[in-house]
Design a protein around this ligand. Sequence first.
Ligand SMILES: Cc1cc2nc3c(=O)[nH]c(=O)nc-3n(C[C@H](O)[C@H](O)[C@H](O)COP(=O)(O)OP(=O)(O)OC[C@H]3O[C@@H](n4cnc5c(N)ncnc54)[C@H](O)[C@@H]3O)c2cc1C
Length: 377
Amino acid sequence: MRDIETLIIGGGIAGLSLAARVAHRTDTLVLEAESAPGYHASGRSVAIAHFGLGERIVRTLTALSLSELAAVPEDDRARSAIVHPALHIGRSDQAEELEALEEVHRTFGCDYARISGEEARALFPALRIGPEHCHEAIVDHGALKLDADAMLQGHVRDLRAAGGDIVVNARVTAIARDEGRWVVETNAGPARAATIVNAAGAWADEIASMAGTRGIGIEPRRRTVISFDTPDEMNVSQWPFTKTVGAGFYILPEGSGRLLASPMDEVKSTPCDAAPEEIDIATIAERVQEATTLPVERIAHSWAGLRSFAPDELPVIGFAQDVPGFFWFAGQGGYGFQTSPALAEIGAALLFDGVWDERLTAAEIQPGLFRPERCQR
Ligand SMILES: Cc1cc2nc3c(=O)[nH]c(=O)nc-3n(C[C@H](O)[C@H](O)[C@H](O)COP(=O)(O)OP(=O)(O)OC[C@H]3O[C@@H](n4cnc5c(N)ncnc54)[C@H](O)[C@@H]3O)c2cc1C
């Protein structure tokens, strides 16, 4: 039986970014139920970093993360982010929403511009423009396209270089206390640990229940993405990530001449291996054809993933108060990649009662903001 200090349950971006950050100071093991890291939400993300989602705190966490996300690695590993503009489009009756979003971009010092429908179409040539379609837009020149796989693999590498490890095909099936330590049963054998970190994404409440601590009410919500072929003569690779303000859709280049699109669905789900529903595929095809001149004739593939939210849609980070040595690191919602550097830093500080970075204080991110008891039931 392995006996370690810190056992992290979940090998998605949450568990791995935290593991890589703490492994140099604590004996760290990540347990992942599936056969590879990032099998669930983290492997299904479109992984863009932009300011078009979340409220002030999420946007602040994004702003705090951008420089680390964009940093060029010192070794030979793949770059995990490239600058890729984000275009936020609005109808003529959405001037207020665009105004609010412009204020956000101004506040965070983004390199952005408020542009007309015609100017937006110059960036995304298939856009329909006019009062009912794209009337005005904001282009954020500093948005990032993240390489989710490179990020996950980079964290695994850093974890191992610091002496930690990840075991895949190790689904946690039971958790108990024994002589002041946790004993975790998995289908790859048992492990003992002083501290458990719950980074199990959509399954975070299930892990809490096994450990005998109160749940949060984490709500997994399904989101669907399609990939479709574009007409041969179109080179879409430089088209921006384009998103409606408010409900609608987003669309972005995938590479190999295809575009990805999502209806930004948020269908409540149980924790599961999410799959796309016909109705959501039909909805996105319809919305793309309505808002652009693109025919959606051949859908190359489609998938769905679960974005997991606490009741107040903020992350849950900190020790449970009702059992010893149980640390929450869940509720990363629809922004788990773009906020991962800041969240891992916050997680490490709270896990070790460490120094609270001045940048966090200056940005009004206080240690108590993410405490689990604010929504434990
Ligand atoms: C379609 C889509 C688009 C998205 N777009 C963006 C975006 O543009 N930008 C952005 O920042 N974010 C985006 N997100 C959100 C982002 O992907 C998530 O916030 C992030 O992946 C959550 O990471 P996680 O590690 O918490 O969850 P997961 O990746 O789901 O990881 C949790 C892991 O825990 C494991 N686990 C569960 N139970 C057990 C158990 N009993 N034992 C062992 N292991 C267990 C699971 O197998 C899983 O691998 C998107 C998500 C989706 C679905």
